[in-house]
Structure formats: C-alpha cells, structure tokens
Write a protein that binds this ligand. Structure first.
Ligand SMILES: [Zn+2]
Length: 320
C-alpha cells in the first residue's frame, strides 16, 4: 500500500474500528471477524518501572517445531533446544519451552506464525514533532532491525516506504492508527513528548487468522482467506504493527556507545529494543528468562541468548 497514512485511514475506517477494539488489551471478546488480534500487546518497559510482568508463559513451541522448515542455520546448542518430548498428560513440550521462550499467541493448533513464502511489506512512519536529526536515526534503526530480523528468522520483510526522510512518511499521533493492511507491518515512531505510550519503549500488535477464518470468504472485502489460502487450522499472522517511543533513543545506548566488539543486536541497545518489538509481531511472546532480550524489561544482563536465536529461527519456519 503506497498511499499516505491519511488516505489509508479513510479507506479502512470501517474495519479498523472493530480490530482496534480487539487489540486494545482489555478483555473485550473478539468480534466475529475473519481475523483476530493476538495477545501481542506489548509492554517492554524501561528500567524505572518496578511492576512485575504479569503476562508470561502461554503455550508450547512443540507443534511449530514438529512442522518446522528451518531456513536459518543454527549451531548445535540452539538445535538441541528444538527437541520435543511427550509430557505425562498426553501433551508435548519442547526444550525451548523449558528455557523460558513463549509464543505470543497460542491455541490448540499451536502458535500463530507468518507463513514463510509470503512477503511482508513494511511501512515506516514518524511523528512529525520528532526533531529531524532524531527522525533520521529512528528510520535507520527500524530499517536495520528489520534486516536483522530477516537474517534471524529467514522471513522476508521488505521496507516499502519511510526508510529515508526524502520519501519519508509521517502520521498524526493524535489519531488512532488504522489496522495495518494484509501481510503488512506498520512501524510508527512516536515522540516521547507527544503521544507515546507512557513508561513504555514500545507496543506490538498482530492480527492472525483462526479456525473461524476458514469459513470467511473475505477480509476487508478484497482478500480471500479460503481453505485454499489456509490449508490447516493453524493460526497465521496476517497484519502487524509496532509503535515505538523515542524513549528508546533517549535512554538506551546507540551504536556509537557500544564497545567495539559489541554487536548492536547482541546486547542491550536501541537496536535490541526495536528487535524486541519486531520479534513480537513474528509470533514471539515474552520470555521468562531474565537475560533474554524477550524478557519484558531490559537490564544489564539483557542479551541475545541461545534460546532467543532458536526461537527466532522457529518464527520463520512455518511452511506454506
Ligand atoms: Zn515485549
């Protein structure tokens, strides 16, 4: 979708109303939509908050592992985490679950993931009240994190607009954004001083198909989600959005601040915070392991762990 955010708001307003209710984070039952918001509403908090995370642990990666078509080379330690074994109660569990990793959405058919043969179009927009120099950093940070996500998952996310100021898109932070388009990731950078979610680095939302979607013929009146498009009852991710705060730029070390041998994606950094939100929209939930970059709060221990690498590879392993 190449049109401006404002235009998209006009054309999609009918659908957006329903979807925004579904992803608002309260207990509103999901409407009879062909797709539903995952429990992906995020809360990566910065260090000042003392509240304990309350949304850890839901579901197993076992189903995804058993059906995985891994596109990423993993070392032996990471591969070992992708072993599945039965529990006493007839369910299955994986080493990855035990290591603390969780799907962002899970039902009786397993976790919701993007299908690996489908391209995801990315649209980056910034709040115009962010200073021009910071806007450029924010855009670059998002683009680099998306390239890193592609490497770590094997998925294909393509930045379609907003990568540079020259062709930069802007949005109005006082207006609720539309639901993203089909197979789309919308990235919004909010200025801390305007409408950023308080005490948060970012929020991630994703929408997925469910078993109900198999009976629906259309989404938005234009895209077919038929049994041909969704050959199994597994939930597929369809749309996604991350809302990032310039708190990330103000509070975390950037590339220049890191040690020479430190990778900007290996340790606590601005890049890692963006990658955290991106990991949510490819189906990864919070980890219970405190050193994981998917733990809800960053600390000095935060890094990209071996279970994190295995989970990211798994997130891109859903065959079409
Ligand atoms: Zn999070």
């Amino acid at each position: 979708m190449r049109s401006t955010t404002a235009l998209r708001r006009v054309v999609a307003v009918g659908v957006a109303a329903t979807l925004l209710v579904a992803c608002s984070g309260n207990d509103t039952p999901v409407a009879k939509d062909a797709e539903t918001a995952t429990a992906g509403s995020d809360d990566l908090a910065h260090g000042s908050t003392t509240a304990e995370p309350d949304n850890l642990a839901h579901g197993s990666w076992a189903e995804a592992i058993e059906n995985a078509n891994l596109l990423v080379d993993l070392d032996q330690d990471a591969r070992k985490l992708l072993s599945v074994f039965p529990t006493g109660s007839g369910n299955k569990i994986s080493e990855l679950d035990i290591a603390g990793s969780n799907p962002s959405y899970f039902d009786q058919f397993g976790p919701a993931l993007w299908r690996q043969c489908e391209r995801v179009d990315v649209y980056i927009s910034v709040d115009p009240s962010i200073a021009p120099e910071l806007r450029a950093s924010a855009r670059t940070l998002a683009v680099n994190a998306i390239l890193e996500l592609n490497k770590l998952t094997g998925l294909t996310l393509v930045v379609r607009s907003g990568a540079t100021e020259q062709h930069g898109e802007f949005f109005d932070p006082t207006v609720d954004p539309d639901a993203p388009g089909f197979r789309e990731l919308d990235v919004f950078w909010y200025d801390t001083a305007s409408d950023a979610p308080p005490d948060r680095f970012g929020i991630a939302d994703a929408w997925h198909s469910g078993p109900d979607a198999l009976e629906q013929s259309t989404i938005d009146g234009s895209v077919n989600v038929t049994s041909k498009d969704s050959p199994t009852q597994q939930a597929s991710l369809l749309r996604s959005r991350i809302s990032l705060s310039t708190e990330i730029l103000h509070r975390l070390p950037g590339r220049a601040d890191l040690d020479e041998d430190g990778s900007q994606f290996a340790e606590r950094s601005q890049s890692m915070a963006v990658l955290h939100e991106l990991a949510h929209v490819v189906g990864i939930g919070h980890s219970t392991a405190k050193d994981s970059f998917m733990y809800p709060r960053f600390s000095d221990q935060t890094r990209m762990t071996t279970p994190d690498r295995a989970t990211l590879a798994l997130a891109g392993s859903r065959p079409c």
